[in-house]
Design a protein. Structure first.
Length: 270
């Protein structure tokens, strides 16, 4: 029987060297201009040599950067040169190293997805935000959901479903009317997308160490794809999802506007 980990405490104050910064940027004109200006002021080291990574762009770039440097011990500080920027800090060129020295560092753990296709091929991928299953045709998907080896929902007829981390609970999960989770919560959100039967089922909150197995019923007639963040696999027949016990990412936020504060703001906005 899986047991939840002890409640997470805020990450202890960490002292990290800040002499060597690595900059990465999206390809938008705003991000490229910011990259040029900041490199002139602070230099630019290779990621392998850097003490911290500065990501210039939007949330998509932050997710890409987290995926690329998972478990390397490199904290990532984003500055918004994109659109939404929920995972980013305000863009300012001045006093960058001072901001980094005061920033809060949050540890996040991704989901590990194992997707099996109709032809028997198995694919593995990591999701920082969510694993989502979606119908591929006009036919609704039929899914059987098990938690820790026990069938909890014999049949869910829907457009799909989402298993979201606290970090991803304000993304696709929120758009599907799922709950917003505090970033330190030891929980996962299991959220249906346009559930038809049972029509009133709104989803579930699961312990973060739970294993979720989703079996696709009648996949030949009702094909389903599975996505871990931006990686998609089509025509799956079974998807297993669990929180990683090994991988972790480090993300930095300005101390006066940390992730917890952003999530609290989102909770009272909707």
């Amino acid at each position: 029987m899986n047991q939840s980990a002890p409640p997470l405490q805020p990450d202890p104050i960490r002292t990290i060297p800040l002499n060597k910064l690595a900059f990465v940027a999206s390809d938008t004109p705003e991000a490229c201009a910011a990259l040029e200006n900041l490199v002139k002021r602070y230099g630019n080291y290779a990621v392998e040599e850097a003490d911290a990574i500065i990501a210039l762009g939007g949330d998509g770039l932050m997710l890409q950067t987290l995926h690329a440097h998972m478990s390397k011990g490199k904290p990532i500080y984003g500055m918004n040169r994109g659109s939404v920027g929920f995972l980013m800090n305000e863009y300012q060129e001045n006093d960058l190293k001072e901001r980094l020295a005061k920033a809060d560092i949050t540890t996040i753990r991704p989901l590990e997805m194992t997707a099996t296709r109709e032809d028997g091929d198995t694919h593995r991928a990591v999701a920082i935000n969510e694993v989502s299953l979606l119908r591929e045709t006009s036919q609704a998907a039929r899914l059987r959901i098990s938690v820790d080896g026990r069938v909890r929902l014999e049949e869910l007829v829907c457009d799909g479903c989402i298993v979201a981390t606290p970090a991803g609970s304000t993304a696709y999960n929120l758009s599907a009317h799922g709950p917003i989770l505090p970033v330190t919560a030891n929980l996962l959100a299991l959220t249906p997308i346009s559930a038809f039967r049972p029509r009133r089922w709104r989803g579930a909150l699961l312990p973060n160490l739970a294993r979720v197995d989703i079996e696709i019923l009648d996949p030949a007639k009702r094909p389903v794809s599975a996505s871990a963040d931006h990686r998609e696999f089509r025509d799956v027949v079974h998807v297993a999802i669990k929180e990683s016990t090994e991988l972790e990412g480090l993300i930095m936020f300005d101390a006066d506007h940390g992730w917890d504060e952003r999530i609290q703001t989102e909770m009272f906005r909707y």
